[in-house]
Write a protein that binds this ligand. Structure first.
Ligand SMILES: [Mg+2]
Length: 169
C-alpha cells in the first residue's frame, strides 16, 4: 500500500510554505490542475495567477501535469506562465520525467502536488518524486471520481494510521 502514500497530506497549495520548500533544496514543482489549483475545469483565476507569480519570485520552476486535454491545459499554463503537459496519462511515469526534463530538474529537487491518489500520487511515487496530496478543492465530482474517492478513503485511513505510528517513533 505504501506506493499510494503521499509524503504529506495538505489542505491547500495556497496555504503551503513554498519558500521553506525552496530553502530545503527544492527547485521545481509539478502541479495537477483540476481540484488541486482550481475547481474542475475552471480557468486560472487571480488567486492562481498571483500564486504562480509568487513561486517564480521565490525561484521555483513550475510545470502543470494534467490528464485533461490541451484545450483545457494550455490556456491555464499561459496565464500562469508555467510549463505544461496535457494528456499526461498519469499514473504513467513517462510524463513526470518529461516534466523534470522541461524544468531541468531531477527527482532530488522536484516535488509534486495533486489531489488524486491513484493517478497523481501513485505516478509520482513510482518515479521517486516527493509527493503532496492536496484536499480536493471542489466536492461536486463525476461518478467515476466519486467511486475512486471511496477507494482513496481506504488508503487514507491506513496512511493516517501509518503517519501516527511514524510520528510516535
Ligand atoms: Mg486533479
Amino acid at each position: 500500500m505504501n506506493k499510494f502514500y503521499p509524503y504529506d497530506y495538505i489542505d491547500s497549495v495556497y496555504e503551503f510554505d513554498f519558500k521553506k520548500l525552496h530553502e530545503d533544496g527544492v527547485n521545481a514543482v509539478i502541479f495537477d490542475i483540476d481540484n488541486t489549483l482550481v475547481k474542475h475545469g475552471a480557468p486560472a483565476d487571480k488567486k492562481a495567477i498571483d500564486f504562480f507569480n509568487n513561486l517564480k519570485e521565490i525561484g521555483l520552476k513550475t510545470c502543470l501535469l494534467s490528464n485533461n486535454k490541451p484545450v483545457r491545459v494550455e490556456p491555464f499554463a499561459q496565464k500562469t506562465g508555467s510549463y505544461y503537459i496535457a494528456d499526461a496519462k498519469k499514473p504513467s511515469k513517462k510524463n513526470y520525467y518529461k516534466a523534470m526534463e522541461l524544468m531541468s530538474s531531477g527527482t532530488e529537487d522536484t516535488v509534486f502536488f495533486g489531489d488524486q491518489i491513484f493517478t497523481d500520487i501513485y505516478g509520482a511515487n513510482k518515479c521517486g518524486i516527493h509527493t503532496y496530496l492536496v484536499k480536493p478543492i471542489h466536492p461536486k465530482e463525476e461518478i467515476q471520481i466519486i467511486l475512486k474517492r471511496r477507494l482513496e478513503a481506504v488508503v487514507l485511513f491506513f496512511y493516517k494510521r501509518y503517519k501516527l505510528r511514524i510520528n510516535k517513533v
